[in-house]
Design a binder for this molecule. Sequence first.
Ligand SMILES: C[S@@+](CC[C@H](N)C(=O)[O-])C[C@H]1O[C@@H](n2cnc3c(N)ncnc32)[C@H](O)[C@@H]1O
Length: 270
Amino acid sequence: MEQEKEAYILGTEQAELHRLGVQHQVWASEARNAWQYAEFSQGQTILDLGCGPGFCTRDLAYIVGETGKVIGVDLSANYIEFLKKTAELHQLHNVQPLHTSFDDMDLSHVNLDGVYDRWALAWIPNPQEIIQKIADAMLPGAVFVAHEYYDWSTFQTQPIMPNLKKGIAAALRSFKEQAGDIDVGRFLPSMFEKAGLDVIRTRPMAKLATPDDLTWHWPKSFLNIYLPKLTQYLTPEEVDLALEDLEELEYQSGATIFCPQMIEVIAVKS
Ligand SMILES: C[S@@+](CC[C@H](N)C(=O)[O-])C[C@H]1O[C@@H](n2cnc3c(N)ncnc32)[C@H](O)[C@@H]1O
């Protein structure tokens, strides 16, 4: 799998694809609960916005069944190719992979019953515009489920490891300087209302990881992949020291990682 030029800030190479798989395992039950709340079901057309390799697209394809359809949209050709192969392998003929940017995504002939967004709106400069375009394609009663960061600065460890803390601060700085707002989740309730959707649920979603728990591998894989990319913000020595701290943290008695605070927002079109 090649590194793409137009790829988003975290990259789309093999290691990142694997990290998204780990991330999906950590968050899959939350996604499933939200889809149940939204009553995603057989026969529906669901949009998986910024689907990445399509871990959620695949799960949703089983939920909507043969009479339904899941449209997986992503800018990464690598990820869309992976989704196509997944759909083939699982004989999921109801998956429609769409390789496009959100700006160029054409929903004019689509009638959506549901939308799922997980970490897709945090990377773009115009989330309100994209939400409006999607809202316009939603049928009355259609439900938009979003899982995004609310406050990435909450990412912290106990005990505090000084070099790791510096690494996490550099990651946050890089996010603050990219085109989108990493904490877009906090604005979603008002953005949805502005797009004519009624917010029916907002709740915080948090993860506290311990070393013996799968959740630990979410921040661990993120830091191992992302910190070496932060050449603008960290020297190679600082990266090494941060990752050594991370290793050491794993063996500290009672160690915990508080993962960046997320929010769930669910809205319906009246
Ligand atoms: C953090 S990943 C999340 C993937 C997936 N939603 C999940 O939860 O596993 C963000 C995805 O958004 C895609 N993306 C970012 N900006 C985009 C844009 N402007 N248009 C389309 N896709 C975009 C990236 O290519 C990437 O696959």
